[in-house]
Ligand binder design. Structure first.
Ligand SMILES: *[C@@H]1O[C@H](CO)[C@@H](O)[C@H](O)[C@H]1NC(C)=O
Ligand SMILES: *[C@@H]1O[C@H](CO)[C@@H](O)[C@H](O)[C@H]1NC(C)=O
Length: 625
């Protein structure tokens, strides 16, 4: 007697009836999973780098770099060991660091564009970088025959688990990392290229205040559609401690910051510092409930129209500082909204009586602006030529007055998402969010307009393995944890194995074919209104629909059940059930231990888009035990 994935629109109710334990009800789809035994003893994978032309995936691990052919996952991965000499390890431990942390954790892998990969590791709290020749899969040698190394300071964090992000822009590396042994200094910098152009952020709490770096993106202008000659830009996403509020508690705020690619710093003021560093607050808030999600966990960057950089959207994964329970939200920010805020008023951080009443006047050319044709025509062909008053202004006003705001497209309680990737459907009417959890699962959520629908929950790894990488490639997702790697199909209606799941993908133009017993692309576009509900109604009752009719479950005394009621909107769900001491609500799910008194009707009610959705379940007693 099982009741696999009983689903209703936003409200899956499923039960696994096995001796008091329970787990997600939906299984994988014959995808390939490489477990810890595959990787020749390597572990602590943190970095992914995919060669999209060959399908070769490079993995940064502890003391090793691996190469996996994603087209031939059954082949043994290749491995290069790059570890720390014993004396160096001992001196690291001598400085008070743990044995485990005094290894070389590879945190950076980037193509250099000349057949080599730039590899940086923590190297026992003394970051170092090496060059990997792809064709021979070997590390470049120095003249003395040893591995050719150069300092990794500012390119790679000192500590293995430190928040960090890096992005390659036209062959030059831009990073956001800690830059000292103690982990107390933070920089966003141009980390490679000529020495004079290696510039960074000013070390001021107005610029960066205990940041946790999350993600970065290089947005390049298209050569044939850039009439103003605007510069290319690099965006950084992070959470930091707000300095603009004078509060006793440390309030964290998610931020986006922008620097321009041609910036080489100022001549006197802001020498070897960004003259274009501007940042703004991101607000991911459900207005009706007032719930704010203020901690950024991951960002996925995607062009909604391929080839058009102005169509870039950033999908941000958030959680909240204040909630004790697990909570995840997704908010989408457009590049144009961010640009508007960065072109808007500056926040006055030095609040004196004078500036309170009359904010400092904004000098010209506009501080923080990227170089373009108009500026060059005025004689500002380099940031070195910018006037002092512009530079002192940008130094003192890195933060914008306005925030970039968005409402969550997805909110889930009881789940901690760690990673996010997004695919758009062919007609770009809807998107599928591929969400990794801290317990080794992959969840799929369809988003059409502002409507989110849970499609599948696929357990990939053990619950001790958080998903730390998701990479999309050729209709597949490559999903990683510190110990394992999985390849999962992501494209097409045929992925949805039942009428139920297929119905919930109705917004993505999928339709259940009763003859074929398979989910197929729909011939006609769905009409307006309640399309998911219509599609669900068509599914046969015996396939396990729980509404509108009551689903009856025959149970034995003593059995423990978990009745999940998936909450995707910020409004909480509530359960009605027979008066019974043996139920406990975990987030929106209900745990029931079956007793004589627990027989009866169970109703979960959630508010979705102003309507109420119900899910019913009724218990009748099976045989006497
Ligand atoms: C590396 O992996 C080991 C074993 O799984 C674990 O104990 C350790 O915490 C990991 N280190 C980091 C920095 O992730
Ligand atoms: C979202 O869901 C509501 C309620 O089910 C429905 O009326 C609306 O048409 C849906 N919107 C989209 C874009 O699918």
């Amino acid at each position: 007697m099982t009741l696999g994935g009983v689903m209703l629109m936003l409200l899956p109710v499923g039960c696994l009836l096995s001796g008091g334990s329970w787990a997600a009800t939906l299984g994988g789809l014959g995808d390939t999973i490489l477990g810890p035994n595959t990787f020749l003893g390597a572990a602590n994978f943190s970095t992914f780098l995919l060669d999209r032309s060959t399908g070769m995936l490079f993995l940064g691990a502890r003391d090793a770099i691996l190469a996996v052919d994603t087209n031939k996952l059954n082949e043994r991965p290749r491995k290069i060991v790059w570890d720390v000499p014993e004396d160096k390890r001992r001196s690291c431990v001598g400085k008070g660091k743990t044995e485990v942390d005094c290894n070389n954790y590879i945190r950076l892998l980037e193509f250099l564009g000349d057949g080599r990969i730039y590899v940086c590791g923590t190297y026992a709290f003394d970051p170092q970088c090496v060059f990997l020749e792809v064709s021979s899969f070997t590390l470049e040698k120095a003249e003395d025959g040893g591995v050719k190394m150069e300092t990794g300071k500012g390119k790679c964090p000192f500590e293995p688990s430190q928040h960090y992000t890096a992005v390659m822009a036209g062959g030059t590396l831009y990073t956001a990392a800690t830059s000292n042994f103690l982990g107390t200094l933070f920089d966003i910098s141009r980390a490679t290229g000529s020495e004079q152009e290696r510039i960074r952020t000013e070390r001021s709490i107005n610029w960066l205040s205990d940041p946790e770096f999350v993600s970065s993106a290089f947005i390049e202008e298209t050569a044939d559609n850039n009439p103003t000659g605007d510069d290319d830009k690099i965006y950084f996403f992070f959470t930091e401690v707000a300095k603009e509020y004078d509060l006793y508690t440390k309030v964290k705020v998610p931020r986006v910051a922008r620097v321009c690619k041609s910036d080489v710093g100022g001549m006197k003021t802001l020498q070897r510092r960004w003259t274009t560093f501007l940042k703004a607050q991101l607000v991911c808030e459900d207005k009706p409930s007032g719930q704010r999600y203020n901690i950024l966990t991951d960002v996925f960057t995607m062009q909604h129209t391929p080839g058009d950089p102005s169509s870039t959207h950033f999908y941000g994964l958030f959680t909240s500082q204040w909630e004790r329970e697990e909570l995840s939200a997704v908010c989408v920010f457009s590049l144009s909204d961010i640009s508007k805020v960065l072109d808007g008023p500056f926040k006055e951080l030095k609040k004196t009586c004078e500036t309170w009443i009359n904010p400092e006047p904004v000098p010209t050319p506009r501080p923080g602006q990227c170089l373009n044709n108009a500026l060059k025509a005025e004689g500002f062909e380099s940031s070195l030529k910018l006037p002092d008053k512009v530079l002192t202004f940008v130094r003192d006003h890195p933060l914008m007055e306005n925030s970039v705001t968005a409402a969550p497209v997805l909110v889930r309680k009881g789940v901690r998402y760690t990673k996010l990737a997004v695919t758009l459907t062919e007609e770009r009417r809807g998107a599928v969010l591929h969400l990794g959890t801290d317990r080794g699962e992959l969840h799929w959520v369809a988003v059409v307009g502002q409507n989110a629908t849970l499609l599948q929950e696929i357990p990939l790894f053990t619950s001790q393995e958080p998903v730390n990488n998701i990479l999309l490639h050729q209709g597949r997702a490559l999903v990683g944890s510190p110990l394992s790697l999985a390849r999962v199909q992501t494209k097409g209606c045929s992925l949805y194995p039942s009428c139920e799941v297929c119905a919930r993908a109705r917004g993505l133009d999928c339709e259940w074919s009763a003859e074929e017993k398979a989910c197929r692309p729909a011939k006609a576009e769905p009409g307006p209104g309640d399309m998911v509900d219509d599609a669900l109604r068509k599914c046969h009752a015996e396939e396990g629909r729980c509404a509108p009719s009551i689903r009856e479950l025959r149970v034995s005394l003593g059995l423990r059940l978990l009745l999940p009621c998936v909450q995707l909107s910020p409004r909480p769900c509530s359960w009605e059930h027979p008066p019974d001491r043996h139920t406990r609500q975990h987030h929106s799910d209900l745990e029931v231990t079956v007793t004589k008194d627990s027989l009866g009707k169970y109703v979960c009610t959630c508010q979705v888009h102003g309507q109420k959705t119900h899910c019913f379940l009724s218990f009748t007693r099976k045989n006497r035990l």
